[in-house]
Design a binder for this molecule. Sequence first.
Ligand SMILES: Cc1cc2nc3c(=O)[nH]c(=O)nc-3n(C[C@H](O)[C@H](O)[C@H](O)COP(=O)(O)OP(=O)(O)OC[C@H]3O[C@@H](n4cnc5c(N)ncnc54)[C@H](O)[C@@H]3O)c2cc1C
Length: 332
Amino acid sequence: MNNHYDAIVIGAGPAGLTAGIYLSRARLNTLILNANTVGGQLVLTHEIANYPGVENISGYQLANIMKKQAKSFGCEIKSNIIIKDVDLNSEIKSVTLSDGKTYTADGIILTPGGRPRNLGVKGEDDLKGKGISYCATCDGDFFTGKEIIVVGGGNSALEEAVSLTKYATKVTIVHQFDNFQAFEHAVEEAKENPKISFIMESTIEGFHGDEKLRSVDVKNLRTGEVENIKTDGVFIFIGYLPNTEFLEGKVRLNQNKEVIVNADMSTNVKGVYAAGDSIAKRYRQVTTAVGDGTVASLALSNYLHEEKTKKRKMEEMNMKRLESLINTKEYS
Ligand SMILES: Cc1cc2nc3c(=O)[nH]c(=O)nc-3n(C[C@H](O)[C@H](O)[C@H](O)COP(=O)(O)OP(=O)(O)OC[C@H]3O[C@@H](n4cnc5c(N)ncnc54)[C@H](O)[C@@H]3O)c2cc1C
């Protein structure tokens, strides 16, 4: 069949590229379809300092190594594509792109990842990775000895603010309400920390800087007053959005629109697996994405092997039945 593969992987972040490496290495004809630049959120990260075995590497470099590795095993990667439709429920899965081309496969791994929710204010896009971060585990260390701001009032914001005091000399939490939407113990821990201070009922209205973040405009939502505050860094924790819009109604999602998976990364649809940041899970890191991608690809390889074996046995049985029918007719 034209454009038919053993497996299609949707998304070329760390989870998808890992799946590509494992599937291709298992001699499965594999295609990765990716919406934009290969690497996903990795390419937003100027330095990855917590990926075991590799020191001082940029996200872009790490993504390129993963891409090269997948390709070396024969994995095909198509980037900058737009998916128009997916059919996951049929035995043969299909993905149709905006250019009208359709690719089919016996199994699919969904790794579309996600994106941190943005504040959506002036200067944010330009200063991402230059002082604005969405990941304390990833970037906290770069702010050692500096004064920073954390935006948000949920569990993530408060817990990450506390964890950032390991590095920063001062952490100011800016929150839009006069109370927090977090567990009592998280609020208490933040309030008891001498390095943390609070600016309540306020939001950031704009970021200023050139090569690096210099200051922010903080607006008091009660009085309307705007104050420009100098800062070395801003961490934004106001939620996370999985890139699963195209999967609604196709595969089971939870209330946060994350794909629900079993321990082997299988979804509720036969032959469809999911991995990485788009699945329902607590910790989102390159290492966890790579681990999920590994599990999903091994489980899919096993599924494809079992399906092939079932088909072959069925064909052998049918052949035997046919032969015995012919023999019976010949002797009657
Ligand atoms: C600023 C920042 C810094 C970070 N720093 C670190 C760090 O230092 N260490 C660490 O461990 N983690 C870090 N993380 C987290 C880490 O990058 C993610 O956990 C990881 O990239 C998730 O991998 P993934 O493959 O699941 O998804 P992603 O990396 O999000 O990749 C998903 C891919 O799928 C594509 N895609 C999405 N929708 C579609 C679609 N409909 N069709 C086709 N393709 C689609 C996307 O374009 C993307 O290429 C950071 C995250 C951010 C945002």
